[in-house]
Design a protein around this ligand. Structure first.
Ligand SMILES: Cc1cc2nc3c(=O)[nH]c(=O)nc-3n(C[C@H](O)[C@H](O)[C@H](O)COP(=O)(O)OP(=O)(O)OC[C@H]3O[C@@H](n4cnc5c(N)ncnc54)[C@H](O)[C@@H]3O)c2cc1C
Length: 418
């Protein structure tokens, strides 16, 4: 009888859970050890900036699976435990309590954590740094959301630093709770790096519609207050009064624990992440998935890292399938998705699919930008490489599939009749 094989999964959240399900669905019957730094069984993060933060959903409702289903997966959980080291040659994962887990295969799914405001010496960027001060918040975990939600219930004056998707959702939720909200964005146009200027303006206009002021092109100089934040000082010499400040300036993949492992980790200045090949393989028998994984997506011919809910699911499953294939002596398959995400802000549902660049040409194919209900495609050399919509789910659902088939801008325009 062959010995029981072990697959270790580092990171017990969305990508890790989907990898575990992918392992079982691919026929892996051996031992699965799931190591998760949080005390919780896997839970969902999108509600943390939406329903849970709004106080409209029970935090327990974020559980990703019911206990019976988790039992059926037969997982050895190591929760509240971090992986602190990896020896790829020895096939061993070191835990923070000094124990080691030997493995035949490993899934790295340690996700990302919120970035703090940089100091002038860190990350090559200038900034005020982020002092340890009451009233200053980051948002990633269930506890973060519950704590911040309790603050928002007091209807404080809220400043959100960063007009990205998480910052914008926090601003919208805070507004829905009756807070006075100001959003600060250092770039001249919010989201322009991701959506281009025209669409960045179109999406961030939602804030103005709901009485939230967005101040662009001005950096944060520092925070003032006696123990607790009272105001945010800006680089132009002005200040914004605040009882609560939420910093949403992006995330950094959780890769510190891989120092010395022999795996390649991209520098943060290049986007960070565990460097994998097209099949999400970081080393023989080691795959990565979700927010932490950097891989070459053959569909767009680019090396990328995707911080979307759907990607964590698809990539977790795909990487797990490849690991099982590898254990059986087979060839791993490339992971070539059309990335997709949504963001709920105020009463609008924003959706985006593809990999557009700010230089792509934008064509509105349905609805009206001014009415904040539209779908627009991003074209490169006549082909659709991305689609963005507010409250227009159908074009996104259809074009998402057809981007992979090489649909042209002309075809998209014809189909949606504009
Ligand atoms: C507030 C919020 C709202 C969001 N809303 C949306 C949305 O509307 N739409 C959308 O598409 N996406 C959204 N996302 C993004 C989406 O939730 C993430 O892309 C997804 O959670 C990534 O899953 P993951 O498993 O790769 O990483 P994570 O969810 O970050 O999970 C990684 C897990 O690994 C653990 N871990 C880290 N280091 C170690 C270690 N060394 N050892 C053991 N465990 C470790 C972490 O504690 C964490 O539990 C949102 C994210 C947040 C935070």
């Amino acid at each position: 009888m062959s010995p029981v094989r072990t697959i270790a999964v580092a990171g017990a959240s969305l990508a890790g859970l989907n990898a575990i399900e992918g392992l079982r669905d691919s026929g892996f019957e051996g031992r699965i050890v799931a190591v998760g730094a949080e005390d919780h069984l896997p839970y969902d993060r999108p509600p943390l900036s939406k329903e849970v933060l709004a106080g409209a959903a029970d935090p327990a409702s974020t559980a990703l699976r019911d206990p019976d289903h988790l039992d059926s997966l037969d997982i050895d959980w190591e929760l509240g435990r971090s992986a602190v080291g990896l020896d790829v040659d020895e096939r061993s994962l070191r835990l923070d309590d000094g124990r080691s887990v030997g493995f035949d295969g490993l899934v790295i799914a340690t996700g990302a954590s919120p970035r703090k405001l940089p100091t002038s010496r860190s990350e090559g960027r200038s900034g005020p740094g982020q002092p340890e001060m009451d009233g200053l918040f980051l948002l990633r975990t269930l506890e973060d959301s519950i704590t911040l939600g309790a603050e928002l219930a007091k209807q404080p004056r809220v400043v959100v630093v960063g007009a990205g998707f998480i910052g914008s959702e926090v601003a919208a939720t805070a507004r829905s709770r009756g807070c006075e909200v100001t959003v600060l964005e250092v770039a001249p146009v919010p989201l322009a790096h991701a959506l281009g200027e025209e669409m960045g303006r179109a999406v961030s206009a939602l804030h103005g519609d709901h009485g939230v002021e967005v101040r662009c092109g001005v950096g944060v100089e520092g925070f003032e207050g006696a123990g607790r934040v009272e105001r945010v000082r800006l680089a132009d010499g002005s200040a914004v009064e605040a009882d609560v400040v939420v910093v949403g300036v992006g995330v950094a993949p959780q890769t510190d624990w891989l120092d010395g492992s022999g795996l390649t980790v991209a520098p943060l200045s290049e986007g960070g992440g565990v460097v994998c090949d097209e099949a999400c393989v970081a080393a023989p028998g080691v795959v990565a998935a979700g927010d932490v994984a950097r891989w070459r997506n053959p569909l767009f011919g680019e090396v990328t890292r995707v911080e979307h809910w759907d990607n964590a699911i698809q990539q977790g499953r795909h990487a797990a399938g490849n690991l099982v294939r590898w254990l059986a002596g087979g060839e791993p398959e490339p992971f070539a998705p059309v990335p997709w995400f949504w963001s709920d802000q105020y009463d609008a549902k924003i959706q985006y699919a593809g990999r557009a660049a700010p230089t792509d040409e934008v064509t509105v194919i349905d609805g009206s930008v001014d009415a904040r209900k539209f779908a627009a495609v991003y074209g490169r050399e006549g082909r659709v490489v991305g689609v963005l919509a507010i409250d227009r789910p159908r074009p996104v659902a259809l074009l998402r599939r057809r981007i992979a088939e090489g649909v042209t801008v002309d075809e998209a325009v014809k189909e949606f009749g504009r």
